[in-house]
Design a binder for this molecule. Structure first.
Ligand code: TRP
Length: 321
Protein backbone atom coordinates (compact mmCIF):
# COMPACT_ATOMS: atom_id res chain seq x y z
CA UNK A 1 0.00 0.00 0.00
CA UNK A 2 1.35 3.42 -0.89
CA UNK A 3 -0.51 6.20 0.85
CA UNK A 4 -0.51 9.81 -0.23
CA UNK A 5 -2.25 12.93 0.97
CA UNK A 6 -1.79 16.67 0.96
CA UNK A 7 -3.04 19.65 2.86
CA UNK A 8 -3.48 23.19 1.60
CA UNK A 9 -1.71 25.92 3.54
CA UNK A 10 -4.41 28.52 3.12
CA UNK A 11 -4.68 29.58 6.77
CA UNK A 12 -4.72 28.02 10.22
CA UNK A 13 -5.56 24.32 10.23
CA UNK A 14 -8.78 23.41 12.03
CA UNK A 15 -10.67 20.50 13.56
CA UNK A 16 -12.12 19.58 10.16
CA UNK A 17 -8.60 19.19 8.77
CA UNK A 18 -7.48 17.30 11.84
CA UNK A 19 -10.24 14.70 12.08
CA UNK A 20 -10.91 14.47 8.35
CA UNK A 21 -7.36 14.12 7.12
CA UNK A 22 -4.49 14.66 9.58
CA UNK A 23 -5.37 12.10 12.22
CA UNK A 24 -6.05 9.34 9.65
CA UNK A 25 -2.79 10.26 7.93
CA UNK A 26 -0.84 9.98 11.17
CA UNK A 27 -2.38 6.57 11.90
CA UNK A 28 -1.67 5.33 8.39
CA UNK A 29 2.03 6.15 8.51
CA UNK A 30 2.34 2.98 10.63
CA UNK A 31 0.64 0.84 8.02
CA UNK A 32 2.33 1.49 4.73
CA UNK A 33 4.69 3.65 2.80
CA UNK A 34 3.27 7.14 3.24
CA UNK A 35 3.85 10.39 1.34
CA UNK A 36 2.42 13.58 2.85
CA UNK A 37 2.90 17.09 1.59
CA UNK A 38 1.98 20.73 2.00
CA UNK A 39 0.08 21.69 -1.15
CA UNK A 40 1.54 25.17 -1.61
CA UNK A 41 1.01 25.28 -5.39
CA UNK A 42 -2.68 24.61 -4.73
CA UNK A 43 -2.85 27.49 -2.26
CA UNK A 44 -2.04 29.83 -5.17
CA UNK A 45 -5.58 29.41 -6.48
CA UNK A 46 -6.98 31.25 -3.47
CA UNK A 47 -4.21 33.09 -1.56
CA UNK A 48 -2.62 36.10 -3.25
CA UNK A 49 -0.33 37.38 -0.53
CA UNK A 50 3.26 36.13 -0.65
CA UNK A 51 4.03 36.71 3.01
CA UNK A 52 0.81 35.05 4.08
CA UNK A 53 1.68 32.02 1.95
CA UNK A 54 5.20 31.80 3.42
CA UNK A 55 3.82 31.89 6.96
CA UNK A 56 0.97 29.48 6.25
CA UNK A 57 3.32 26.91 4.72
CA UNK A 58 5.51 26.86 7.83
CA UNK A 59 2.54 26.84 10.16
CA UNK A 60 0.84 23.98 8.35
CA UNK A 61 4.05 21.95 8.41
CA UNK A 62 4.55 22.62 12.13
CA UNK A 63 0.91 21.76 12.87
CA UNK A 64 1.24 18.48 11.04
CA UNK A 65 4.47 17.52 12.82
CA UNK A 66 3.01 18.53 16.18
CA UNK A 67 -0.04 16.36 15.48
CA UNK A 68 2.13 13.28 15.23
CA UNK A 69 3.46 13.07 11.71
CA UNK A 70 6.84 11.40 12.00
CA UNK A 71 9.37 12.25 9.27
CA UNK A 72 11.20 9.01 10.11
CA UNK A 73 8.14 6.99 9.23
CA UNK A 74 6.82 8.86 6.21
CA UNK A 75 8.07 11.12 3.46
CA UNK A 76 7.00 14.65 4.40
CA UNK A 77 7.64 17.45 1.93
CA UNK A 78 6.47 20.62 0.32
CA UNK A 79 4.78 20.29 -3.09
CA UNK A 80 6.73 23.12 -4.75
CA UNK A 81 10.03 21.47 -3.77
CA UNK A 82 9.09 18.78 -6.29
CA UNK A 83 8.34 20.74 -9.48
CA UNK A 84 7.87 17.46 -11.36
CA UNK A 85 4.24 17.67 -10.19
CA UNK A 86 3.73 20.60 -12.55
CA UNK A 87 5.12 18.87 -15.59
CA UNK A 88 2.99 15.81 -15.00
CA UNK A 89 0.00 18.07 -14.46
CA UNK A 90 0.46 19.40 -18.00
CA UNK A 91 0.68 15.92 -19.52
CA UNK A 92 -2.49 14.94 -17.69
CA UNK A 93 -4.35 18.10 -18.66
CA UNK A 94 -4.12 17.13 -22.31
CA UNK A 95 -6.22 14.00 -21.74
CA UNK A 96 -8.67 15.66 -19.33
CA UNK A 97 -12.09 16.47 -20.79
CA UNK A 98 -13.31 19.95 -19.78
CA UNK A 99 -16.64 18.43 -18.75
CA UNK A 100 -14.93 16.39 -16.05
CA UNK A 101 -13.64 19.57 -14.42
CA UNK A 102 -16.86 21.51 -14.95
CA UNK A 103 -18.69 18.87 -12.91
CA UNK A 104 -16.47 19.27 -9.82
CA UNK A 105 -18.52 20.34 -6.78
CA UNK A 106 -15.77 22.35 -5.16
CA UNK A 107 -15.36 24.40 -8.34
CA UNK A 108 -19.11 24.83 -8.77
CA UNK A 109 -19.47 25.87 -5.11
CA UNK A 110 -16.86 28.56 -5.55
CA UNK A 111 -18.58 29.87 -8.68
CA UNK A 112 -21.91 29.85 -6.86
CA UNK A 113 -20.40 31.94 -4.09
CA UNK A 114 -19.45 34.55 -6.64
CA UNK A 115 -15.72 33.94 -6.81
CA UNK A 116 -14.35 34.96 -10.17
CA UNK A 117 -12.42 31.85 -11.13
CA UNK A 118 -8.86 31.78 -12.45
CA UNK A 119 -7.62 29.00 -14.68
CA UNK A 120 -5.67 27.50 -11.75
CA UNK A 121 -8.86 27.03 -9.79
CA UNK A 122 -10.47 25.25 -12.71
CA UNK A 123 -7.40 23.07 -13.27
CA UNK A 124 -6.98 22.37 -9.54
CA UNK A 125 -8.10 18.72 -9.81
CA UNK A 126 -5.57 18.04 -12.58
CA UNK A 127 -2.71 19.19 -10.37
CA UNK A 128 -4.16 17.07 -7.61
CA UNK A 129 -4.22 14.10 -9.97
CA UNK A 130 -0.54 14.71 -10.73
CA UNK A 131 0.23 14.85 -6.97
CA UNK A 132 -1.35 11.46 -6.52
CA UNK A 133 -0.24 9.65 -9.68
CA UNK A 134 3.39 10.78 -9.54
CA UNK A 135 3.98 8.56 -6.47
CA UNK A 136 2.18 5.46 -7.79
CA UNK A 137 -0.16 5.97 -4.83
CA UNK A 138 -2.70 3.26 -4.11
CA UNK A 139 -4.61 4.92 -1.27
CA UNK A 140 -5.55 8.53 -0.64
CA UNK A 141 -6.91 9.43 2.83
CA UNK A 142 -9.00 12.58 2.42
CA UNK A 143 -12.07 14.23 3.88
CA UNK A 144 -15.38 13.59 2.13
CA UNK A 145 -15.18 16.93 0.30
CA UNK A 146 -12.14 15.69 -1.64
CA UNK A 147 -13.60 12.34 -2.67
CA UNK A 148 -14.72 13.62 -6.04
CA UNK A 149 -11.23 14.91 -6.78
CA UNK A 150 -9.80 11.45 -6.21
CA UNK A 151 -12.46 10.05 -8.55
CA UNK A 152 -11.43 12.59 -11.17
CA UNK A 153 -7.84 11.43 -10.65
CA UNK A 154 -8.90 7.86 -11.37
CA UNK A 155 -10.71 8.95 -14.53
CA UNK A 156 -7.69 10.88 -15.76
CA UNK A 157 -5.31 7.98 -15.02
CA UNK A 158 -7.57 5.49 -16.78
CA UNK A 159 -7.81 7.81 -19.79
CA UNK A 160 -4.03 8.34 -19.99
CA UNK A 161 -3.46 4.59 -19.71
CA UNK A 162 -6.02 3.97 -22.46
CA UNK A 163 -4.47 6.54 -24.79
CA UNK A 164 -0.76 5.84 -24.17
CA UNK A 165 -0.64 2.34 -22.65
CA UNK A 166 -0.38 1.20 -19.02
CA UNK A 167 1.48 3.88 -17.11
CA UNK A 168 -0.28 4.89 -13.90
CA UNK A 169 -1.48 3.02 -10.82
CA UNK A 170 -5.19 3.66 -10.23
CA UNK A 171 -5.64 5.01 -6.67
CA UNK A 172 -8.51 4.57 -4.20
CA UNK A 173 -9.93 7.28 -1.94
CA UNK A 174 -9.96 6.35 1.78
CA UNK A 175 -12.78 8.14 3.55
CA UNK A 176 -13.63 7.80 7.22
CA UNK A 177 -17.36 8.07 7.47
CA UNK A 178 -17.36 8.75 11.20
CA UNK A 179 -15.18 11.83 10.98
CA UNK A 180 -15.96 13.21 7.58
CA UNK A 181 -18.83 15.51 8.51
CA UNK A 182 -17.43 17.75 11.15
CA UNK A 183 -19.74 20.65 11.97
CA UNK A 184 -18.42 24.19 12.19
CA UNK A 185 -19.68 26.85 14.57
CA UNK A 186 -22.71 27.59 12.37
CA UNK A 187 -23.61 23.89 12.05
CA UNK A 188 -22.57 23.65 8.38
CA UNK A 189 -19.60 21.49 7.47
CA UNK A 190 -16.45 22.99 9.01
CA UNK A 191 -14.53 24.68 6.23
CA UNK A 192 -12.12 27.52 5.82
CA UNK A 193 -14.27 28.91 3.05
CA UNK A 194 -17.36 29.11 5.27
CA UNK A 195 -15.46 31.02 7.97
CA UNK A 196 -16.86 28.64 10.60
CA UNK A 197 -13.73 26.85 11.78
CA UNK A 198 -12.30 26.05 15.19
CA UNK A 199 -8.52 25.98 14.89
CA UNK A 200 -6.33 23.22 16.28
CA UNK A 201 -3.82 25.63 17.78
CA UNK A 202 -4.02 29.20 18.98
CA UNK A 203 -4.50 31.41 22.02
CA UNK A 204 -6.67 29.88 24.73
CA UNK A 205 -8.90 32.87 25.26
CA UNK A 206 -9.67 33.29 21.59
CA UNK A 207 -10.40 29.62 21.10
CA UNK A 208 -12.61 29.43 24.18
CA UNK A 209 -14.62 32.33 22.79
CA UNK A 210 -14.83 30.56 19.46
CA UNK A 211 -16.24 27.40 21.00
CA UNK A 212 -18.77 29.47 22.96
CA UNK A 213 -19.91 30.97 19.63
CA UNK A 214 -21.24 27.58 18.47
CA UNK A 215 -24.74 28.29 17.21
CA UNK A 216 -27.49 26.46 19.11
CA UNK A 217 -31.25 26.79 18.85
CA UNK A 218 -33.41 28.93 21.13
CA UNK A 219 -35.07 26.20 23.16
CA UNK A 220 -35.01 26.83 26.91
CA UNK A 221 -32.72 24.95 29.29
CA UNK A 222 -35.60 22.93 30.73
CA UNK A 223 -36.95 21.69 27.47
CA UNK A 224 -36.00 18.07 26.61
CA UNK A 225 -33.96 17.83 23.37
CA UNK A 226 -34.82 14.52 21.70
CA UNK A 227 -32.59 15.40 18.74
CA UNK A 228 -29.47 15.69 20.94
CA UNK A 229 -27.46 13.33 18.74
CA UNK A 230 -27.57 15.92 15.95
CA UNK A 231 -26.41 18.78 18.17
CA UNK A 232 -23.12 20.06 16.78
CA UNK A 233 -21.48 20.49 20.19
CA UNK A 234 -22.32 16.85 20.95
CA UNK A 235 -20.88 15.78 17.60
CA UNK A 236 -17.65 17.64 18.31
CA UNK A 237 -17.56 16.29 21.85
CA UNK A 238 -17.68 12.75 20.49
CA UNK A 239 -14.43 13.47 18.67
CA UNK A 240 -12.46 14.97 21.55
CA UNK A 241 -13.90 13.37 24.71
CA UNK A 242 -14.18 9.88 26.14
CA UNK A 243 -17.25 8.15 24.63
CA UNK A 244 -18.78 7.81 28.08
CA UNK A 245 -18.68 11.55 28.73
CA UNK A 246 -20.12 12.36 25.30
CA UNK A 247 -22.97 9.90 25.87
CA UNK A 248 -23.62 11.38 29.29
CA UNK A 249 -23.95 14.91 27.90
CA UNK A 250 -26.22 13.70 25.13
CA UNK A 251 -28.42 11.97 27.68
CA UNK A 252 -28.68 15.09 29.79
CA UNK A 253 -29.70 17.17 26.80
CA UNK A 254 -32.38 14.66 25.93
CA UNK A 255 -33.74 14.73 29.46
CA UNK A 256 -33.92 18.53 29.61
CA UNK A 257 -32.57 20.81 32.32
CA UNK A 258 -29.10 20.84 30.78
CA UNK A 259 -28.08 24.08 29.10
CA UNK A 260 -26.10 24.73 25.96
CA UNK A 261 -23.70 27.01 27.86
CA UNK A 262 -22.64 24.17 30.16
CA UNK A 263 -22.36 21.82 27.22
CA UNK A 264 -20.09 24.22 25.34
CA UNK A 265 -17.91 24.73 28.41
CA UNK A 266 -17.43 20.99 28.67
CA UNK A 267 -16.66 20.83 24.98
CA UNK A 268 -14.00 23.52 25.31
CA UNK A 269 -12.32 21.77 28.26
CA UNK A 270 -12.22 18.44 26.45
CA UNK A 271 -10.96 19.96 23.23
CA UNK A 272 -8.28 21.90 25.06
CA UNK A 273 -7.13 18.75 26.85
CA UNK A 274 -7.24 16.64 23.67
CA UNK A 275 -4.64 18.87 21.98
CA UNK A 276 -2.54 19.63 25.08
CA UNK A 277 0.43 17.38 24.29
CA UNK A 278 0.38 18.43 20.64
CA UNK A 279 0.36 22.06 21.71
CA UNK A 280 3.47 21.47 23.81
CA UNK A 281 5.16 19.68 20.95
CA UNK A 282 4.32 22.52 18.61
CA UNK A 283 5.92 25.02 20.94
CA UNK A 284 9.07 22.94 21.08
CA UNK A 285 9.21 22.64 17.30
CA UNK A 286 8.63 26.30 16.56
CA UNK A 287 11.56 27.18 18.83
CA UNK A 288 13.91 25.41 16.38
CA UNK A 289 13.23 26.74 12.86
CA UNK A 290 16.18 24.88 11.33
CA UNK A 291 14.61 21.58 12.21
CA UNK A 292 11.62 22.21 9.94
CA UNK A 293 13.81 23.27 7.01
CA UNK A 294 15.89 20.15 7.47
CA UNK A 295 12.85 17.85 7.59
CA UNK A 296 11.28 19.40 4.49
CA UNK A 297 14.44 19.35 2.42
CA UNK A 298 15.17 15.72 3.27
CA UNK A 299 11.56 14.85 2.50
CA UNK A 300 11.73 16.57 -0.89
CA UNK A 301 14.89 14.67 -1.77
CA UNK A 302 13.21 11.34 -1.09
CA UNK A 303 9.99 12.35 -2.87
CA UNK A 304 11.86 13.52 -5.94
CA UNK A 305 13.45 10.13 -6.51
CA UNK A 306 10.04 8.55 -7.04
CA UNK A 307 8.55 11.59 -8.80
CA UNK A 308 11.36 11.66 -11.38
CA UNK A 309 10.98 7.99 -12.09
CA UNK A 310 7.20 8.10 -12.61
CA UNK A 311 7.38 11.32 -14.63
CA UNK A 312 10.03 9.65 -16.82
CA UNK A 313 7.69 6.74 -17.38
CA UNK A 314 4.89 9.11 -18.40
CA UNK A 315 7.16 11.08 -20.75
CA UNK A 316 8.24 7.82 -22.35
CA UNK A 317 4.65 6.61 -22.68
CA UNK A 318 3.49 9.74 -24.52
CA UNK A 319 6.52 9.98 -26.79
CA UNK A 320 8.39 12.88 -25.26
CA UNK A 321 11.29 10.47 -24.84
N1 TRP B 1 -7.22 19.44 -2.33
C1 TRP B 1 -6.80 18.98 -1.04
C2 TRP B 1 -7.53 19.79 0.03
O1 TRP B 1 -7.86 20.93 -0.19
C3 TRP B 1 -5.32 19.11 -0.86
C4 TRP B 1 -4.58 18.25 -1.82
C5 TRP B 1 -3.82 18.69 -2.87
C6 TRP B 1 -4.54 16.84 -1.84
N2 TRP B 1 -3.29 17.63 -3.54
C7 TRP B 1 -3.71 16.48 -2.95
C8 TRP B 1 -5.12 15.84 -1.05
C9 TRP B 1 -3.47 15.14 -3.26
C10 TRP B 1 -4.88 14.50 -1.38
C11 TRP B 1 -4.07 14.16 -2.47
O2 TRP B 1 -7.76 19.28 1.10
Amino acid sequence: MRILSGIQPSGALHLGNYFGMMRPAVELQEQGEAYYFIADYHSMTSVFDAEQRRTSIRNAALDFLACGLDPEKCVFFRQSDVPEHIELSWLLSTVTPLGLLERCHSYKDKLARGLSPNHGLFAYPVLMAADILIYDSTSVPVGKDQKQHVEVTRDIAIKFNAVYGECFVIPQPMIREESSNIPGIDGQKMSKSYGNTIDIFGAEKKLRQRVMELVMDSRSIDEPKPDADRNSAVQLLRLVAAPKLARECEKRLRAGGYGYGTLKKTLFEQYWEYFRKMREKREELSAQPDYLDEVLSQGAEKARIVAREVLGRARQACGLE
